[in-house]
Ligand binder design. Structure first.
Ligand code: NAD
Length: 499
């Protein structure tokens, strides 16, 4: 069986492979490849090579680096279907969803073509007599990105684009569950003209991550994944003197006001709650209808829509709404949490338990679940389920609804459905959550804005992509320079006059 290996110094290498993990096809439940897990020594060697390669790359002018980004855009578009197919095969998401994953990453690479503009410094002419002052943004050196399974194209590209365009070398440690697309992207970077060693992809688990966190050459760490690991990585990276931005889990609430268009809200909830099998950090996992009447009508509209969802493998084409979850362990965890919901008194309005697909009995499929009458102290409300399970918490008033979202420990995304501008404006201003949608269920900011959650959904003070990324991947140097201009005696500079 193929060992996917690593991408080191511009080529695929098998690695020492003393330890390996299995890469599954979640639709069939079969192991389709093996993955070498890098040892600490292998990671250290990859970092040392990256540091060598970074010297020339950091000195390359920004426009040339931007041309690599431009070439990469063309190559990703050329290989879009190939990338999406590999992504669906390892992740399980539908083909259109996989293309969306690549597309949202691609948009950040497009944005990075403008890196020379973003990297321009500041200049003060004549800050004193004969004195000018200027600031420049310089690359950090070697940086690292540790990414989750759920967006194996988008999140690596969100890190790679700005980090490389700023002149850094990058160590990318993708999720061990779906590593093929990051390896393919590294290959495309080489084809686009990125010098060997500037992007090193090391596959691995905790041992590889800890090696990155402890290596003194690594200047900054970007992490996206679950909250406990985000917190661990943030703590260890910053304790070791590194810059860090670590994004964690989510429990995104959508508030449905009595004046909302309930058909629109129900459609939005089905797309945002069950798309990609609920394995999106911006998925809506909690619906909060305001008032009993709104709640009754909403549930009435949701039930047939949720029951009609088609679950299947990506190979079934456009006829499928969502695919399997990523692993057998993820499926078991979702099923366990559903059971706690029932045991703790929530009402299962759509019961997806026992779902099975003919011909795919060993696949990691989970049927759609809809809970009503969920209470804030239940496990299904407090924990991130990361599966096709939508919980409905009925609120008596707008204040109660906004209070629920504000008191939850996660603060990634949220949305409100209303026709009232005052309510929408109040919600957007008061809510303590990083990304807000008004009649938009998954408010993912575009590449030229920044993406990041608050509270336990994000540690660190700079967001992903947009202007923040150029700040995160550079440091500022400020120069004060004095030149003896205009002080001449007999056609020669009089340096003494400067004293
Ligand atoms: P995860 O935390 O299990 O893994 C993420 C990365 O951390 C992987 O590369 C993994 O190899 C590594 N890792 C896992 N355990 C580790 C350990 N003990 N020590 C060091 N490294 C470790 O997350 P996941 O299951 O791959 O992804 C799903 C999670 O990511 C969800 O919680 C989701 O909400 C979150 N997510 C958040 C965002 C965001 O922007 N906030 C975006 C996407 C996903």
């Amino acid at each position: 069986m193929e060992n996917l290996g690593h991408w080191i110094d511009g080529k695929r290498v098998p690695g020492e492979a003393a330890r390996q993990s299995d890469v599954y096809n979640p639709a069939t439940g079969e192991v389709q490849a093996k993955l070498a897990l890098a040892s600490r020594d292998e990671v250290d060697a990859a970092i040392a090579k990256a540091a060598e390669a970074q010297v020339a790359w950091g000195a390359t002018n920004p426009q040339r680096r931007a041309r690599v980004m431009m070439a990469l855009v063309h190559l990703i578009n050329r290989d879009m279907d190939k990338l999406a197919e590999a992504l669906s095969r390892e992740h399980g998401k539908t083909f259109p969803d996989a293309k969306g994953d690549v597309q949202r990453g691609l948009e950040v690479i497009e944005y990075c073509i403008g890196a020379p503009q973003m990297l321009k410094g500041e200049f003060t002419d004549s800050a004193g007599p004969g004195i000018d002052m200027y600031s420049m943004r310089q690359p950090l050196g070697v940086v690292a990105s540790i990414t989750p399974f759920n967006f194996p194209a988008m999140i690596p590209l969100w890190g790679m684009g700005p980090a490389l365009a700023c002149g850094n070398a990058m160590i990318l440690k993708p999720s061990e569950r779906d590593p093929s697309v990051p390896l393919m992207l590294a290959e495309l970077c080489k084809e686009a003209g990125l010098p060997d060693g500037v992007l090193q992809v090391v596959n691995g688990d905790k041992e590889a991550v800890d090696a990155i966190l402890d290596n003194e050459t690594v200047q900054a760490v970007a992490f996206v994944g679950s909250t406990p690991i985000a917190h661990y990585i943030y703590s260890r990276a910053t304790a070791n003197g590194k810059r860090a931005q670590c994004f964690g889990g989510a429990k995104n609430h959508m508030i449905i006001m009595p004046d909302a268009d309930l058909d629109q809200a129900a459609d939005a909830l089905v797309g945002a709650g069950y798309g990609a099998a609920g394995e999106r950090c911006m998925a809506i996992s909690v619906a909060v209808p305001v008032g009993e009447d709104t709640a009754d009508k909403l549930i009435e509209k949701l039930v047939p829509r949720v029951e009609a969802l088609k679950v299947g493998p990506y190979t079934a084409g456009d006829d499928v709404d969502y695919g399997p979850v990523v692993t057998a362990a993820a499926k078991q965890n979702i099923e366990r949490l559903v059971q706690t919901g029932i045991d703790q008194g929530a009402k299962l309005a759509v019961d997806g338990r026992g779902f099975s697909l003919q011909g795919y009995e060993d696949g990691f499929f989970v049927g759609p679940h809809l809970f009503d009458h969920v209470a804030p102290d239940m496990d299904i409300y407090r924990q991130e389920i990361f599966g096709p399970v939508l919980s409905t918490v009925r609120a008596g008033s707008y204040e109660e609804a906004i209070g629920l979202a504000m008191s939850h420990e996660y603060g990634n995304g949220t949305a409100i459905y209303t026709r009232d501008g005052d309510t929408a404006r109040d919600f957007a201003n008061r809510i303590n959550i990083g990304m807000v949608g008004v009649n938009v269920p998954i408010p993912v900011p575009l590449a030229y804005h920044t993406f990041g959650g608050w509270k336990k959904s994000g540690f660190g003070d700079l967001n992903q992509h947009g202007p923040d990324a150029f700040k995160f991947y550079t440091r500022t140097k400020t120069v004060t320079a004095r030149w003896p201009s205009g002080i001449k005696e007999g056609g020669e500079f009089n340096f003494k006059a400067m004293d």
